[in-house]
Design a protein. Structure first.
Length: 792
């Protein structure tokens, strides 16, 4: 998804392999990015563009006039089945394919308002009713919708508006004898009921979920950092030849302290599974993707998306977000949806970065790029003039200034300030020399193709600092985009969110981390990697926060994990991953320790002896670790047993999903007996089975048994991830829910406290789970004291 689709990749690699040797050498040995870009760009032929265009056409990104009816009908089916959530998403899909001010769009909004009403989303319902009206909802259908509006207003306690709507409705009934008698009667009855409800309802305090805004405001950094405004004053920016740029603690830092709070310079929502049409049976897809649930710009979760007027793939949480996105970048991107999906998220971010740069002072960067292009040996005459125009217009004076005052740390401005801006993004390392020549060619050709399309569409307004002129100023931005694509390999930051799953009935939620988007965060990019980091990164919207996950002493480096974490991968695997993606050999404390420790592998992957239970050791043939035991077995044999077991557990999970907890429990208990004969008690599968059992018992309402199993799972999680890890926090949260549901008050209060303590360190106070824990706590504390009855 980050890189271009496979078809385009193999096409370009083939093209590369057929190039004359001399050209391959020229590109492989090119010293600057502009050389790579301009050479590759000359090789892009019309047939290549045609091939790419055909691939892009495979994505449904335009508005399809026949889609709204299809999605509305599919939505109505879900609505009838009382699957209001499913219906909402399908109506949203219908909306995204509708043109403004059509019957299609107003009908979809109106239907969605009904689904939202059933979901208890009254504020959103009201907004959709307004939208339906704005787009010309048919007069004859109005009364029913107005009734819904009145009902929402009553429920929200907005009495004045409610009674206004009710009296409007009454007068419209009086004025419209055209309504069928039966229909009129139903409406009349409903209206009476509603009037009574409105009178009953005294005043209900309006509660707006402004939690998000509050969350961002309350998350303030402890003291401003003059050098790096997105970081706290507890850290400072350093640079040395070995570590490059990095952050270091200037004082002792406690766990949970907020160290960096940075909004993404640019972020791009992952479209989720969005297979091209040629891979699909039907043209329309009823599956739910990220794009249906999260705002294209701010990444907020929303059930009521508002689409772009021009395309079907960009959907937003609000009209404001849509407008902002349009002004900043979407006016250019709107018609390029298919191409951007084909070329991948990195190309998309690269383009968006240069589009956003138009609103900043990027003269420094442009001067650098122009200089690079000018210094090429083989410079075509037109380019020479272009470059001359560019540099002249920028003014000779500022050019000299730039030379005199080279900032000490790359990415800082002339005052030595490192801000989350385009200048900082531009100075992230592209590691050009580390990428293979084929890969560089792929990136350069992809960016060239993007530039050609921009040129053809003439929709690309260059940055203010680039003087207007010939289309070839796109060369400057092409080089910049190529640089961004290469930078992203090491600097892309996954923006994740915690998705909660779990049925409403058993009120125990499972959470899993999902990748929502990819972004560039120049300040977070300053952090070096460790396989056992001392920080924890989380996101609210597009804002990342970095908190200390443990005590950090003054002078210690602030470290962040790039992905390969010691609790998820073995050292060798991590090293391989870091070398291939980030081009370095890790020598963090975890890697050092593992080098010296015995080759038993991590405890959560360990096998145990079937006769004595001791851990097995060795590579291909495993030998019992106990000196008094002679048991041995081949690793392959154990691995195939493990795979069988995993399959069984998978079946049990399927039973759980299909609402057959009893059968799932039977199967899982059998699996447990099997596991005991060859897996260590701390094996991650053993923990997962306990977790599944806990879920199954919860589904049966047996909270006590459920809690017992979850506590065992907790032990395994603790061994693997540590007692204060975020994984531990999520497990404790679940355990708290179980105790809460089972009215085990002292246990619940104790677990709530533990969960809160752990989650606070990683997420800060405005995390959903922490809010939920606090609600649970106040609910338990408000309970009347249990009367001291006779003990039985
Ligand atoms: Zn938004
Ligand atoms: Zn659009
Ligand atoms: Zn390491
Ligand atoms: Zn043994």
């Amino acid at each position: 998804m980050d890189l271009p689709v496979d078809e385009w990749k193999s096409y370009v690699f083939q093209k590369w392999s057929l190039l004359p040797k001399s050209i391959q050498v020229t590109i492989s040995t090119a010293e600057t990015l502009s050389d790579i870009f301009l050479h590759s760009s000359l090789l892009l032929q019309p047939e290549d563009e045609m091939f790419l265009q055909n691939l892009s056409r495979g994505y449904l990104v335009e508005k399809d006039p026949n889609a709204p009816l299809f999605y509305r009908e599919e939505g109505n089916k879900k609505f009838q089945q009382k699957d209001y959530m499913g219906a909402t998403v399908l109506y949203s899909k219908g909306i995204s394919h509708s043109r403004p001010h059509t019957a299609d769009i107003s009908l979809c909004y109106a239907n969605r308002s009904a689904a939202l009403f059933h979901l208890g989303q009254h504020e959103m319902c009201l907004k959709d009713i307004m939208r339906a009206q704005m787009h010309g909802y048919p007069e004859r259908l109005q009364p029913k919708m107005m009734l819904r509006k009145a009902e929402c207003l009553v429920t929200l306690g907005r009495r004045q508006e409610a009674s206004q709507t009710i009296s409007d409705l009454e007068s419209s009934f009086a004025a419209k004898p055209t309504l069928a008698a039966a229909q009129f009667q139903i409406l009349q009855t409903n209206l009476c009921r509603l009037k009574m409800k409105a009178q009953e309802k005294e005043s209900l305090t309006e509660t707006f979920p402004a939690a998000l805004t509050k969350a961002l405001e309350d998350m303030d950094l402890k003291g401003e950092n003059g050098q790096v405004p997105s970081a706290s004053s507890s850290v400072s920016l350093r640079t040395d030849p070995l570590r490059g740029r990095y952050l270091v603690a200037t004082k002792d830092i406690l766990p949970g302290e907020l160290l960096v709070k940075e909004d993404a310079f640019v972020s791009v929502l992952h479209p989720g599974e969005m297979p091209p049409l040629r891979h699909l049976e039907s043209k329309w897809d009823t599956r739910v993707t990220n794009g249906d649930l999260y705002c294209h710009r701010c990444l907020d979760h929303t059930l009521a998306t508002v689409p772009c007027d021009g395309c079907s793939y960009a959907k937003y949480c609000s009209h404001d977000c849509m407008q902002q996105a349009w002004d900043l970048y979407h006016s250019v991107e709107c018609s390029l949806g298919g191409l951007l999906l084909t070329l991948g998220v990195f190309c998309h971010i690269a383009l968006r970065s240069t589009l956003v740069a138009r609103f900043e002072d990027a003269s420094e960067v442009i001067r650098k790029l122009c200089g690079e292009i000018r210094n090429r040996d083989t410079c075509s005459p037109e380019r020479e003039t272009l470059v001359q125009t560019l540099t002249c217009d920028l003014g000779g004076e500022s050019e000299n200034k730039g030379k005199m005052l080279e900032p000490p740390v790359p990415g800082c401005d002339l005052n030595g300030k490192y801000e989350s801006n385009y200048n900082a993004v531009f100075h992230l390392l592209p590691h050009t020399g580390n990428h293979s020549p084929e890969h560089r060619f792929l990136c350069a050709l992809s960016v060239s193709a993007l530039c050609r399309r921009l040129e053809a569409a003439s929709c690309y307004k260059p940055a203010a600092a680039v003087p207007p002129g010939s289309g070839s100023e796109l060369d400057v931005w092409g080089v910049a985009m190529l640089k961004h694509v290469l930078q992203l390999h090491c600097n892309a930051q996954a923006i994740t969110t915690i998705q909660h799953t779990g049925s409403k009935e058993n009120s125990v939620t499972n959470s899993r981390q999902v990748r929502l988007a990819t972004g560039i965060f120049p300040v977070i990019s300053l952090l070096n990697h460790s396989c056992s980091p001392n920080t924890s990164v989380s996101f609210i919207s597009t804002v990342a926060t970095v908190r200390a996950s443990q005590q950090i002493g003054k002078g210690q480096e602030i470290l962040h994990c790039y992905g390969p974490h010691q609790s998820r991968m073995r050292a060798a695997e991590r090293q391989q991953k870091l070398r291939s993606q980030y081009f370095f050999d890790c020598s963090c404390a975890a890697c050092q320790n593992e080098k010296h420790s015995a080759a038993t592998g991590p405890r959560w992957e360990a096998f145990c002896c079937r006769s004595c239970g001791a851990l097995m050791q060795g590579d291909d043939v495993l030998i019992c670790g106990s000196t008094s035991c002679t048991e041995s077995v081949s690793r392959d044999h154990l691995i195939s047993r493990l795979q069988d077991l995993q399959q069984q557990v998978g079946m049990a999970r399927k039973l759980l999903r299909n609402d057959e907890p009893e059968r799932a429990i039977q199967l899982l208990l059998g699996c447990q007996r099997d596991a005991q004969s060859f897996l260590s008690g701390e094996h991650s599968l053993v923990g997962e089975m306990e977790d599944d059992l806990a879920q199954a018992y919860a589904a049966l309402g047996d909270w006590q048994k459920s809690a017992t199993h979850l506590q065992k799972s907790l032990q395994v999680v603790e061994v693997r991830h540590g007692p204060s890890s975020v994984e531990m926090g999520h497990e404790l949260f679940k355990l708290a829910q179980l105790f809460f549901n089972g009215f085990a008050i002292p246990e619940a209060l104790n677990t709530i406290q533990r969960a809160e303590r752990v989650l606070m360190v990683h997420y800060g106070p405005w995390n959903d789970e922490i809010q939920e824990l606090r609600k649970m706590k106040s609910c338990l504390l408000d309970l009347p004291p249990i009367p001291a009855g006779p003990s039985v």
